[in-house]
Design a protein around this ligand. Structure first.
Ligand code: SF4
Ligand code: SF4
Length: 228
């Protein structure tokens, strides 16, 4: 289910996410997420910056923090997997109409990007992921996840979607015992949505993980406590 409000965190400076990471770490990630998110939204003046009401920004921050924590907790298990699939959101395609040449696969109820536009975010992410050996599916919605997962025994899944869609997908994967990682959209709205490609690259590639760097980069550019 989509949020009933739009947000665009691409307007928020990159340092916000870095400061937020430090803030969450300082407060202790175990504290009740809702209260923490409200405090963080307030501290970083997100309502002022994004024009989105405080209660909504607090919701997004809470969901982002939840994704971050889940990425961290799943990373080691995820690293030990080989056969992986990537789920990209159809809303990040360059074209949402029939200018998008993607093929619809009835069996999986998902699209297969045919790379018709070099500046399409879905195309860019698909190319990067395919080089790393991922099977890529462009999803029209989260309801086709069980269908794809049941059609192939993937070892692990990476998903890109708005934070509340990510959470629903992860709940399903948790129940199915499939390790996962997620990249949240920074701009929602169900069309022309955006995610950070650098964050995405780091998250799908486990070969570069080090003991000290793990997946602090899994969050919007990112929730690392210290950057430089
Ligand atoms: S590059 Fe792929 S996803 Fe993007 S518009 Fe073309 S076919 Fe659709
Ligand atoms: S923003 Fe994209 S991922 Fe989120 S509900 Fe809309 S279409 Fe789905």
């Amino acid at each position: 289910m989509a949020y009933d409000f739009d947000f665009d965190l691409t307007k928020v400076s990159r340092s916000f996410f870095q400061k937020l990471a430090g803030f969450l770490d300082d407060k202790g990630i175990h504290r009740k997420m809702g209260n923490l998110a409200e405090e963080a939204s307030n501290k970083f003046k997100l309502e002022e910056i994004t024009g989105v009401p405080f209660s909504d920004t607090a919701q997004v921050v809470s969901d982002l923090a939840d994704i971050h924590v889940r990425n961290l907790s799943q990373r080691e298990e995820f690293k030990n997997t080989e056969d992986r699939a990537l789920f990209l959101p159809h809303c990040s395609r360059k074209h949402m109409d029939d200018k998008c040449q993607a093929n619809f696969n009835k069996k999986t109820s998902s699209y297969e990007c045919v790379k018709c536009s070099s500046d399409c975010l879905v195309n860019k992410a698909t190319e990067i992921a395919e080089k790393k050996g991922y099977d890529v599916y462009v999803l029209p919605g989260g309801s086709c996840i069980p269908k794809i997962v049941k059609s192939r025994n993937y070892d692990a899944i990476v998903g890109v979607a708005c934070p509340n869609e990510v959470k629903m997908g992860e709940d399903y994967l948790d129940k199915s015992g499939i390790p996962h990682q997620a990249v949240p959209l920074l701009k929602n709205g169900c069309s022309e949505t955006k995610f950070n490609l650098e964050t995405f690259k780091k998250l799908i590639d486990t070969s570069e993980d080090t003991e000290n760097e793990k997946v602090e980069d899994s969050f919007p550019n990112t929730l690392k406590k210290s950057v430089n």
